[in-house]
Each structure stands twice: as C-alpha cells, then as structure tokens.
Design a protein around this ligand. Structure first.
Ligand SMILES: C[S@@+](CC[C@H](N)C(=O)[O-])C[C@H]1O[C@@H](n2cnc3c(N)ncnc32)[C@H](O)[C@@H]1O
Length: 239
C-alpha cells in the first residue's frame, strides 16, 4: 500500500483554485471546506452497502481497462470492487472531505487497492483533458454543490469514446416526490449536504457531449433515497 500512501493528498490547491475561477470567467464557485466528520464516521455502519448496492457496484466496476476515475469516493465503497480489476488498470479518485478521505485510505489498504486519491472537487478536477477511459460516480451527484459544472468536468476529462458510469438516487414521482421535498431541508443537514430532489438523469441525458448507452431505474431501496438509477453514458467523439 506504499503506492496509496505516496499518492494521497498530492493535489495542488493553488492550481485547483485558479482553475475554478478560470472556468467560470471570474465567478468563483463555493470553495468553503467540505467537512462532515460524523457522517464519515457512521457512513459505513448505517448504509448497508453490500445488501443495497453490491450488484450496482459490480455494474460500475465491470470490465475496466486503462485509466479510471472515481469522483467523490467517500469512504472508498467502490475500492473493494476496483481492487479486483486487472492490475494494468490505473485507478484514480477524488474526495474533498478529509474525514471521508481518511476512511477511504484505510479501505484502500484493507483491500489492496492501489489508488491515486486526491483532495479535490468534481467541479474542478485536477487532471488534463481526455485523461480517463472511465469515470465513475456513485451516490455523489446528489451532494455535489454545482452538479452542472461537475458534469462539464466529467466530459472534459473523459477521452472521446470513454464511459461515464453512474449510480444515483433521484427525485421520485407522486407522493414520494412530495415527501422528498418536505424532508429535504432536514435530510441535507444530517446527510452531509445530500439533496433528495435532484433530477440527475435529465441533467445527464440532456448533455450534448454524452450519448446514452444504458439507463436503468431501480425502484427497490430505502425511502427517501429512492428511486435509484444506474447507467452508462459514452463521451461523444467530437468536441
Ligand atoms: C453519499 S457520499 C458517496 C460516497 C461514495 N461515492 C459511495 O458510493 O458511497 C457523497 C460523497 O460526495 C462527496 N462530495 C461532496 N461534495 C463534493 C464535490 N463537490 N465533489 C466531489 N465530491 C463531493 C462527499 O464528501 C461524500 O464523500
């Protein structure tokens, strides 16, 4: 696990901040610290990950090759699955909350997952254009502060023809959707900023730079963080 130790925290914060300002033509995004120590401590205990998400994490991490980026890696829930990938696969991840990151480092060590884990936000990825073959997002577009900016960044860092694989909970229809609206102000406080009411799939499929390969809606799950949608988008070959 020396690899993991060596690589953690290598992000250049100065460069990161500059890129935020450049992209928005002088209108900087929220750069306040993301820090939820309690959520980080209880996340793996209260989320029955193997029970709820194992097949979905297997879906996200299937047949990987080349360079892979996991955005908002949290406690490293995808790392046990990424550890099973072919050893030639180069695994990168970003996570802005240092409490989450600490757990992710421990998880990477435990499962022998050699990952370059950096302190960064999805809205300002510290990588060049066309850097990755696959970008993974699991349960993270509900929490990212500027989801449109983050999606632009995913498109930018993906190679033409590269895959964006996601697993997200989204806004429900009917009474469940109304319930999510009512609960959201409380939920975002206790769940580290997570939003129950995001129309994430619409955001993804409407983006010009992606073609939809597959989208699956899964209604099983635990209210209010349902339904869950998983899918694969492919970065179009032209810019
Ligand atoms: C619900 S957790 C999901 C973690 C993990 N991907 C999983 O599948 O379990 C959401 C994560 O997004 C991170 N996050 C919050 N804002 C972010 C941002 N702007 N960019 C990237 N990650 C962010 C949080 O710190 C948290 O670790």
């Amino acid at each position: 696990m020396a690899e993991t130790n060596r690589r953690v925290g290598r992000v250049d914060r100065t460069d990161n901040t500059r890129r935020v300002v450049d992209r928005d033509m002088g209108a900087p995004v929220d750069t306040s610290e993301i820090s939820h120590p309690l959520v980080a401590r209880v996340y793996d205990v209260i989320v029955p990950d193997r029970l709820l998400f194992e097949p979905h994490r297997q879906y996200l991490t299937r047949e990987l090759s080349g360079r892979v980026l996991d955005i908002g890696a949290g406690t490293g829930a995808n790392f046990p699955y990424l550890a099973e990938a072919d050893p030639t696969v180069e695994i990168h991840a970003i996570e802005p909350d240092r409490h989450m990151r600490r757990q992710a480092v421990a998880k990477a060590r435990e499962y022998g997952c050699a990952v370059d884990l950096r302190d960064a936000r999805a809205e300002s990825l510290p990588y060049p254009d066309d850097a990755f073959d696959v970008v993974l997002a699991s349960l993270v577009f509900c929490t990212i502060q500027e989801p449109d900016a983050a999606l632009e960044e995913v498109a930018r860092v993906l190679k033409p023809g590269g895959e964006f694989r996601f697993l997200e909970h989204v806004h429900a229809d009917g009474w469940r959707g109304t319930g999510q609206h009512v609960l959201n102000p409380f939920w975002e406080r206790v769940a580290g900023g997570c939003q129950l009411t995001r129309e994430t799939v619409e955001r993804f499929v409407c983006h010009d730079e992606f073609a939809v390969e597959q989208i699956e809606r899964i209604d099983r799950g635990v209210f209010p963080a349902t339904p869950i949608v998983r899918g694969t988008l492919r970065r179009r070959r032209h810019r």
